[in-house]
Design a protein around this ligand. Structure first.
Ligand code: SF4
Ligand code: SF4
Length: 232
């Protein structure tokens, strides 16, 4: 059996080889359904979206972005299966959380069974932006995320990052639906205090349903200065 540090190195190297840009580790600190309560650690999988595709987004998403979004989710789901298998070979139980799957039986129609972005913050990989998107200091919000829960203890002492949004309001003014309220996220805040998920979703369905079936927009992601090549 690999030592914990060797296992995290092994997972990271293999998943970066598969095409991910970052892999992080954290303790489970969210409420999970009772049947997932045996998993105390989380592996965060991060894929960097294509700048060429994201930069084409202007005042609406593009067909290319919608396809790229789905392909990125498929790669993340595949990488989650690989991580599960690597953990299984080490004798650990592991459970993949889909890159993009809302569940409608938990009171909040816009959330999954485990919050990828909160796990990514707990892993020290970035913060929650005013847009309610996860923002990496390196890649900005131009990423997609997935998570694997595991029973295997993993070393994860990194401190969560505080918001680096500062006085920036680019996503607030660019959002066509008024969903971004303009507040800096502080740990422990409810999403509703910074972001109106209903407004965002309704706008995507109404304005962009013909492009991305109401599932994508991307404007707030595209305008964020973090992760842009020229940072402008
Ligand atoms: S995805 Fe579009 S509508 Fe939703 S918050 Fe971002 S910019 Fe606004
Ligand atoms: S555009 Fe500005 S305010 Fe919005 S998430 Fe990015 S840094 Fe934060």
């Amino acid at each position: 059996m690999l030592m914990n540090d060797s296992l995290t190195n092994h997972l990271r190297e293999r998943l970066l080889y598969e095409g991910l840009c970052e892999v992080g580790f954290s303790r489970v600190d969210q409420t999970v359904p009772p049947d997932l309560s045996r998993y105390h650690y989380a592996v965060t999988l991060m894929y960097r979206l294509s700048d060429a595709v994201v930069d084409e987004i202007d005042d609406s998403p593009t067909y290319a972005y919608f396809q790229h979004y789905r392909a990125a989710n498929a790669l993340l789901d595949r990488c989650a299966l690989i991580a599960c298998e690597l953990l299984r070979r080490e004798g650990a139980a592991a459970y993949p959380i889909a890159a993009s799957q809302s569940v409608h039986d938990r009171g909040d129609r816009y959330t999954g069974i485990y919050q990828h972005k909160s796990a990514a913050v707990a892993a020290g990989l970035g913060w929650i932006g005013k847009s309610a998107l996860f923002v990496s200091p390196v890649h900005g919000p131009r990423v997609r995320l997935a998570t694997v829960l595991t029973s295997r203890e993993l070393p994860c002492q990194l401190l969560p990052m505080e918001s680096r949004c500062g006085d920036c309001t680019l996503c607030v003014t660019a959002c066509p639906s008024g969903a971004i309220l303009g507040r800096n996220y502080v740990r422990g805040m409810a999403r509703e205090e910074i972001f109106d998920a209903e407004k965002c979703s309704q706008h995507m369905k109404k304005a962009f349903g013909h492009i991305g079936r109401g599932a994508v927009c991307g404007i707030c992601m595209r305008v964020c200065p973090y992760g842009r090549k020229n940072n402008s």
